[in-house]
Design a protein around this ligand. Structure first.
Ligand code: MN
Length: 283
């Protein structure tokens, strides 16, 4: 199943090149009281929501995909976790290019671990990336994003993938410079998720997906998730050895080689096999 959020917070079922408006499926969500949970409510109730989507889809109003404004498929993630340099060829390019490493030691992911991006940086494809510091190099990074479905604390490798609700395309937009990653990558709009959530049961093998990013039609990044240094299951094992993952938490699995600068006015097109394609403008 492919579930999107669109226009003014509508819920959509993606069906070929159409979106069915299944917003009424959200009526199954439990009422909330302050303090609000630190997880995403829809993902925490996804099995119920999916049933309701199937019912609501019958006779639902339908839109052409190209006619809707796509929002982040996850509205309220509690954490956005990201893997630094998790492809060997990106590690090599980062170490070789002073404009990327900025005298920061680029250590292997096994030593550096993971970092967090502010949830306030998250947008959907229709919202564009807005360059905050035009005087500084700002790079695109396409990544496979895994969305956590159920609470996960100190899980084993065998259990790990059962905690994934689904996958989408992620952008980890990055200002190059000497500051901490969490600062340079947390600028408003510097995390993009889209075009929709593809549920895990619709992804045959997340460790064999082609990723491709073009800027202005020129191919910049092209790789396959089989080349991840630490795979998705082991990233979850690693993350949950430090903190509990909650429904809706986003795990950005790292970017492959080919990162490069983006400028206002440019257009990024991204595809991951089986997960769809998205276009994101740079402003
Ligand atoms: Mn990244």
């Amino acid at each position: 199943m492919q579930i999107c959020r669109f226009n003014d917070n509508r819920l959509g079922l993606v069906d070929g090149d159409k979106v069915k408006d299944v917003t009424s499926a959200l009526d199954v969500l439990p009422a909330q009281h302050y303090p609000l949970p630190t997880h995403d409510l829809m993902i925490a109730n996804l099995p119920h929501v999916r049933k309701a989507i199937t019912t609501a889809a019958k006779g639902a109003k339908s839109y052409a995909l190209y006619d809707v404004r796509l929002l982040s498929p996850i509205a309220n993630p509690g954490k956005i976790i990201a893997a630094p340099v998790n492809y060997k060829k990106h590690l090599d390019e980062a170490r070789a290019d002073p404009q990327i490493h900025h005298q920061n030691q680029i250590a292997e992911i096994q030593r550096v671990g993971l970092f967090l991006k502010a949830t306030s940086s998250l947008v959907g494809p229709s919202e564009s990336v807005t360059i905050r510091h035009p005087d500084r190099r700002t790079d695109h990074e396409i990544e496979l994003a895994a969305i956590i479905g159920t609470r996960a604390d100190r899980v084993t490798r065998e259990q790990a993938l059962a905690h994934v609700a689904g996958y989408c395309i992620g952008f980890d937009i990055t200002v190059r410079g000497p500051e901490e990653r969490s600062l340079r990558k947390s600028i408003d709009s510097y995390t993009v998720l889209g075009p929709w959530l593809t549920t895990a049961d619709s992804v045959a093998d997340p460790s064999s997906l082609d990723l491709r990013l073009t800027v202005g039609g020129e191919v910049r990044q092209q790789a396959n998730t089989r080349d991840l240094i630490i795979g998705i299951a082991d990233l979850i094992v690693f993350a949950t050895s430090f903190y509990t993952l909650m429904p809706g938490d986003v795990l950005l699995t790292g970017t492959p080689e080919g990162v490069g600068p983006i400028k206002p006015g440019e257009v990024m097109d991204a595809t991951i096999s089986g997960l769809g394609s998205m276009r994101v403008e740079v402003r």
